[in-house]
Design a protein around this ligand. Structure first.
Ligand SMILES: [Zn+2]
Length: 120
């Protein structure tokens, strides 16, 4: 699937996990023996976070799912979960759309600049 069409999260917790040290997002580091490992994005891309540890995504997902199971014992708990989850997903989607528009604008500027240089 092309990145522009990707509105569905890849994992249960895609975009929702944060680094305990710096608060940055977590991204997939690799797939090792059929398991996905995640790592702080800042530690990976900019080496600006000391938290270089890798985490097994399936362990985190199981812990979160277990915690949710314990808390969703009534309708109010389920309704709260659905509302907060959807709000967070919508916020992430809006951020992605804005970010994409910014990048496309910068790309167009760069292409115009390149055109101008080429013609000169
Ligand atoms: Zn970090």
């Amino acid at each position: 699937m092309a990145p522009r069409d990707r509105t569905t999260p890849r994992h249960l917790l895609s975009g929702l996990l944060r680094c305990g040290s710096c608060g940055a997002g977590m991204s997939v580091e690799d797939h090792h023996r059929g398991r996905t490992r995640i790592r702080c994005t800042k530690a990976t891309e900019a080496a600006s976070c000391d938290n270089t540890r890798s985490y097994q995504l399936d362990v985190i997902e199981a812990a979160v799912a277990g915690g949710l199971r314990d808390r969703m014992v009534d309708r109010d708990g389920i309704a709260l979960y659905v509302r907060v989850y959807n709000e967070e997903r919508q916020a992430l989607a809006a951020y992605s759309v804005n970010r994409r528009a910014q990048i496309e604008k910068r790309l167009q500027q760069a292409e115009r600049e390149q055109d101008r240089i080429y013609k000169a």
